[in-house]
Write a protein that binds this ligand. Structure first.
Ligand SMILES: *Cc1c(COP(=O)(O)O)cnc(C)c1O
Length: 399
């Protein structure tokens, strides 16, 4: 039989070993520890010679099913999980980087990741080089100077910039760096960084993987050798995924393919639809032919994702009037949910920056991040249209 397709795998993969009592759904095992009557058995499991569970901070059957599903969807040899996406990132960097090491990354990483680079790694005497996102020559030059880790994100938050992952992975490998990609925005439906040559794929499962904005979690996928080291760091440092969250994420992942296909479609239609409004200054979406990263995105992505952003004339004033009028959107900081979610970049992804810093990063104060949900597209379009029409006249015609 041929290997199952993605949609089939997202439903069936990884669950079998965690089913019990003939249950067809993975049970939520709320047990801190796992008991043994046979002392030798206990010992064999404890030292890793035999499959089994010892203590919830290390492993748990529900959590294991989540890890197995994301491992299979990313086509990786191994995967481990975390309490949040940020825990996945900090534990991975904590495993790989030591005082005196150098890391090369880009300026447009997720806000929390950027804080690790600018605030916490320098405290450990780790040299951080952040390059202009999309400037491939500059990134290659910095990689060639030598680095322990190359850390990338594509598409980025909030202006969905694209980095050529294959090209950067080659450059990173040439100097012996561990190459990491945060694949949260794309999801394995749209992009497979391991196929493009990277070592480790990171996810905030809180976003598209879970898809329902009701559970926090993170994952790292890659070679057995690297993932085992990162797992060891996590089991000791304790950023463990909770079994209930693992269950909710697992349930969400069953519909991953359906949701992402719909979100890809909705985001593309919304991006094109927004261009006609006078008050919309710019639309950022890699699925638009005029987007700077469109050609690379077309090569490395199967779909362009559910995230877009757009800048409105009149800046914060317009945002203040516009967003509260939307009926089918949560005004919130999350993304990747079945509901459409909107928020200004100045309040969400880049809240830690000053207006001047945001301007320097190419993030206008009137930038709105739009995470397309799975609603019917006609309703989303109508909703935006009525919100634009209800803008005070002086804002709507501002240029
Ligand atoms: C949200 C997010 C994170 C952090 O994930 P949490 O689960 O909130 O800790 C990391 N990277 C990207 C791209 C994100 O969107």
């Amino acid at each position: 039989m041929k290997e199952a397709k993605f949609g089939t795998k997202s439903i069936w993969a990884g669950e079998k070993d965690s089913l019990a009592f003939g249950a067809t759904q993975v049970p939520v095992v709320h047990s801190v520890s796992f008991g043994y009557d046979d002392m030798d058995d206990w010992y064999e499991v404890a030292i890793g010679n035999k499959k089994g569970h010892i203590y919830g901070r290390n492993t748990n059957p529900t959590v294991e099913a989540f890890e197995e599903k994301i491992r299979i969807l990313e086509g990786a040899e191994a995967a481990t999980s975390f309490s949040t996406g940020m825990a996945a990132i900090s534990n991975t960097l904590g495993t790989l980087l030591h005082p005196g090491d150098r890391i090369v990354s880009i300026k447009d990483t997720y806000g929390g990741t950027n804080k690790i680079f600018t605030e916490f790694l320098p405290q450990l005497n780790i040299d951080v080089m952040l390059c202009d996102t999309g400037d491939h020559e500059a990134i290659e030059q910095e990689i060639e100077k030598g680095c322990k880790v190359l850390y990338l994100e594509s598409p980025t938050n909030p202006t969905v910039k694209i980095t050529d992952i294959k090209r950067m992975a080659q450059a990173g490998k040439a100097v012996g760096a561990t190459v990491i990609v945060d694949n949260t925005f794309a999801t394995p439906v749209n992009q497979n960084p391991i196929e493009l040559g990277v070592d480790l794929v990171i996810h905030s499962a809180t976003k598209f993987l879970g898809g329902h904005a009701d559970a926090l979690g993170g994952a790292v996928c890659g070679s057995k050798e690297l993932v085992e080291k990162i797992y060891h760091y996590r089991e000791i440092n304790g950023a463990t995924l909770d079994p209930m969250a693992a269950y909710l994420l697992l349930r969400g992942m069953k519909t991953l393919k359906l949701r992402i296909d719909k979100q890809n479609q909705n985001a593309q239609e919304i991006a094109e639809f927004l261009k006609q409004f006078e008050v919309v200054e710019d639309v950022y979406y890699p699925g638009l032919a005029e987007h700077a990263g469109h050609d690379i995105a077309k090569q490395q992505m199967k779909g362009f994702g559910g995230m877009l952003s757009f800048a409105v004339k009149g800046g914060v004033d317009t945002v203040r009037h516009l967003l509260p009028k939307l009926k089918y959107a949560n005004r919130a900081a999350n993304l990747g949910s079945v509901e459409t979610v909107v928020g200004p970049a100045r309040t969400t992804s880049h809240v830690e920056c000053t207006p001047a810093e945001r301007a320097a990063m190419g993030i206008p104060e009137g930038l709105i991040r739009y995470s397309a949900g799975i609603e019917d597209i006609e309703d989303l379009k109508q909703d935006l249209e009525q919100a634009f029409q209800a803008l005070p006249r002086d804002l709507a015609v501002q240029s």
